[in-house]
Design a binder for this molecule. Structure first.
Ligand code: MGD
Ligand code: MGD
Ligand code: MO
Length: 765
């Protein structure tokens, strides 16, 4: 029996008469993800891309570069592979000759699929580097603010995430788990590269049963700690957590409950923080009373919580979601500051977490060794943008912007090449994005499915899914490596990204460099063997490739010592300094202060959300029934829809005031745009907050009309396209304010899963 690996888990493909009929959970996974159920039917659904396709006006040389405004409104013409590849190669060459390498945007953000070799972004970046370079993107939508902030104050984000204290250590030692944003088990279904053994749900269950750890869920939503039924819920207004944390700090400092010895030896900048918290520097003491008006958390609750935190072995966790907002740097910085005041960083069960409940691998207890990886070639172009600033880039070529203390300018992009992402899923303010998307002269996308992005591309090349190809499945801090074996043949004329880029490299004269003369199976062997010495250096003894491939599954060893984050630094900060300028935790960062940014000063600071007249805060959380937009058409996601649309949770009273009942179609809107959704009424969501999962495929009522509403429930119609701050420029999707009303009359049906219109090829001449 062979296996496959997805971001949401390992499965055993089940075939009947050569057809994929199911994905069975593996024997070792105590909490397999149901998302796999969605995959078999999607394999050959109507929204599968079967053949290379070109947008009608792009096929005609006369209108090719003057029809960007028609993207998403025109039928496609299917072409034989050779002709589609000739067209793409010709466009790449033309843009390079006329505008240079810096006119090619290959940022191509997105999760694509598990599997180290067929990782679409890696293939694209290797290809474009071989071609002479491209403008890249930096950081992620997930952790834009965190990735830029954390190296200044503790260490790079990846190193931190891989060294989160193991759940088993928390089980034994943690007395109080204070969870900003909760620890939603639904998000821990995934790990980038493949959550091969789901550990968080079971760990929470054991902790709930043992009763040794008290859990406090500080979130607008009760279900953010649904893994622990007895968890205490402190509802909080979104975007205000920093104020509560500052008040907790106020109690600790004013009652002398802070750990002066830890602060003196392991941190810099305590004095600046103390003066700010006590109000010495700005005249505003950050008391429990002060925060109550901002957060909605009663002063007493804050006071008691601070004392409990000081008296217990306490883990302070903050989910990524808090930093995906305007001023998103602050909750992360303040989480670290608060944990430093408690002085338990580096102790088992204490300190801080910046991602428990965000991914399966965070706190898994496995080492960071991530196995095989495809070399991406030499970077010939150094130009980049912070990933979430793509629309600014397309709309404002040549304009200056700030990023991490650098004064940069946007390049002038003529060709956009994408493989493995869905821009019309992940980007904010889609109406503005649609305008920007008209600008490039050519947009090329590889996709297995007719996503909103594929529908708005000029050339769409059909990519295989993981089920249709061999690969090596492995991810950092995960338990298993998987020999992923093709279960079914490619659908239609789909090819894997490697085959597509190889054929293009052939046309463009660098095939030998790109392929190094290897077939896919040669590459798998090569990449695996190249990983063995790296594995050995981290104490992991990998068997030879043939043994791995024959065995299907390889279990990686757990480190001899359970992982406790920053334990060495705690024990001896002189011998194990942090990679910050001071070698210590920077509660005050001179570097950041010297950038002189009003929206990110030199220490954690209360900065309110931008003012707004829209009455409700819209949170867009990660979906339980899919990964982002992937498999939204699948059975699991479809079964979760309400009135045929993405469910929107409203507080019962907010709904009743608006005459909205359970199951109604509602319109969610602000000055940026609007979408329809299916109402779900709840007592477990704070008043003034509405919440919808991301990932409903963008489905405008009238694609030809600017500002058309989305019939299906994509929250990015109303989420603002602004940076978290001038420091990080991270995605700030959570800072959305809206109104909601009941939709009267017949609601338009969702049609996005029907795929595009096709047209026969025009007769020559
Ligand atoms: N409003 C709002 N927006 C958000 C967020 C939010 O909280 N709120 N969260 C943000 C976050 S954290 C993230 S990470 C992003 C996610 O945004 P994305 O990563 O762009 O979303 P996915 O739906 O995973 O898109 C991956 C695409 O790759 C395709 N694909 C899969 N395998 C292959 C392959 O082998 N080859 C090729 N060529 N294609 C493949 C899939 O079909 C899919 O369309 O969204 C962000 N957007
Ligand atoms: N099943 C599934 N799991 C996933 C993903 C997926 O698509 N599907 N995506 C993965 C990816 S790419 C990422 S980056 C991670 C993201 O992990 P997160 O960003 O942590 O996930 P979210 O669901 O956006 O947010 C978690 C909760 O935070 C709460 N929250 C939002 N804003 C605030 C706030 O201001 N204050 C407080 N206290 N709480 C707030 C919301 O109620 C929300 O339910 O999830 C990963 N996990
Ligand atoms: Mo993400």
């Amino acid at each position: 029996m062979s296996y496959t690996l997805t971001h949401w888990g390992a499965y055993r493909p089940q075939l009947q008469g050569g057809r994929l009929v199911g994905l069975l959970p593996t024997e070792w996974d105590a909490a397999p993800s149901p998302i796999g159920q969605s995959m078999p039917a999607a394999q050959d659904a109507p929204y599968r891309v079967r053949r290379p396709a070109v947008r009608r006006s792009f096929l005609k040389p006369a209108t090719r570069h003057r029809s960007g405004h028609l993207r998403g409104q025109e039928p496609f013409v299917e072409l034989p592979w050779d002709e589609a590849l000739d067209l793409v190669a010709q466009e790449l060459q033309r843009v390079r000759e006329q505008h240079g390498q810096e006119a090619i945007f290959g940022g191509s953000y997105g999760w694509s699929s598990a599997g180290r070799f067929h990782h679409a972004q890696s293939q694209l970046h290797r290809f474009l580097n071989g071609f002479g370079g491209y403008v890249a993107s930096q950081d992620s939508y997930s952790l834009g603010a965190g990735r830029v902030l954390m190296p200044h104050i503790v260490s790079p984000m990846d190193a931190l995430l891989q060294s989160h204290t193991a759940w088993e250590v928390l089980e034994e030692h943690c007395e109080l788990f204070v969870a900003f944003g909760g620890v939603p088990v639904r998000s821990t279904q995934v790990s980038p590269g493949g959550a091969s053994d789901h550990r968080v749900g079971p760990a929470l269950q054991r902790m709930a049963a043992a009763g040794r750890t008290r859990f406090v869920n500080i979130s607008p939503a009760r279900d953010d700690l649904d893994g622990v039924p007895q968890a205490e819920w402190i509802p909080i207004r979104p975007g205000t957590d920093t104020a509560l944390m500052l008040a907790l700090a106020h109690v600790l400092i004013s009652e002398q409950r802070h750990d002066s010895a830890f602060l003196a030896r392991h941190t810099v900048g305590f004095e600046a923080v103390r003066d700010y918290v006590l109000g010495v520097s700005d005249g505003v003491p950050k008391t429990p009373q002060w925060q109550a008006g901002l957060t909605g958390v009663p002063a007493d609750t804050a006071l008691t919580l601070a004392r409990r935190m000081a008296a217990s072995r306490t883990m302070v966790n903050c989910t990524y979601s808090l930093q995906r907002a305007v001023h998103g740097e602050q909750p992360f910085w303040m989480t670290v500051t608060l944990a430093a005041l408690l002085g338990q960083i580096g102790l088992p069960g204490g300190g801080f977490g910046l991602g428990y409940g965000c991914m399966n691998y965070v706190g898994s207890g496995y080492g960071s060794f991530s196995g095989a990886r495809l070399p991406q070639g030499r970077k010939a172009v150094s130009r980049f943008i912070p990933v979430a600033r793509i629309v600014d880039m397309l709309l404002q070529p040549g304009q200056p912007f700030e990023y991490n203390g650098q004064h940069l300018r946007y390049p002038d992009i003529r060709l956009v090449y994408w493989a493995g992402g869905n821009f019309f899923h992940h980007h904010q303010d889609l109406n503005r994005a649609l305008g920007a998307w008209q600008r490039p002269e050519a947009i090329i996308t590889h996709e297995p499915f007719w996503t909103a992005q594929a529908l708005r591309s000029d050339v769409v090349l059909p990519a295989t899914t993981t089920l249709e190809r061999n690969d090596i499945g492995s991810a950092g801090s995960e338990r298993f490596m998987i020999a992923m074996k093709a279960a079914v043949p490619p659908v239609g004329e789909a090819r894997d990204d490697y085959a597509i880029f190889s054929a293009l490299a052939q046309r463009l004269g660098f095939a030998a460099e790109y392929t190094e003369g290897r077939t896919v199976d040669d590459w798998l062997r090569h990449l695996y063997e190249a990983a063995r010495p790296r594995a050995e250096a981290t104490g992991v003894d990998l068997p030879a490739f043939d043994a791995f491939w024959a065995d299907d599954v390889l279990e990686l060893p757990r480190p001899a010592q359970p992982i406790v984050m920053l334990a060495e630094f705690r024990a001896d900060p002189e011998r194990h300094p942090l990679p910050t300028p001071s070698g210590r935790i920077e509660l005050f960062s001179q570097t950041i202060a010297d950038f002189g940014l009003a929206d990110c000063p030199g220490h954690a600071t209360w900065l309110p959300q931008p003012p707004s007249d829209w009455p409700l805060q819209l949170l867009s959380h990660q979906p339980a029934t899919r990964l982002h937009s992937q498999y939204d058409g699948g059975s699991l996601s479809q079964a979760s829809k309400v009135a045929g649309r993405e469910p929107l949770t409203l507080n019962r009273q907010d709904a009743q005031e608006r005459g909205i009942a359970d199951g109604d179609v509602v319109r969610v809107f602000n000055d940026l745009g609007a979408f329809l959704a299916g109402a779900v009424l709840s007592d477990g969501l704070l008043r003034g907050v509405v919440r919808i999962a991301t990932g409903a495929w963008f489905d405008p009522l009238d694609p030809a009309r600017a500002g058309s509403l989305c019939k299906h429930g994509n929250p990015n119609l109303v989420a603002p396209d602004v940076g978290s701050s001038q420091l990080a420029q991270g995605c700030a999707a959570q800072s959305a304010r809206v109104q909601v009303e009941r939709w009267v009359g017949e609601a338009p049906p969702v049609t996005v899963f029907e795929g595009p219109g096709f047209e026969a090829r025009p007769a020559p001449g």
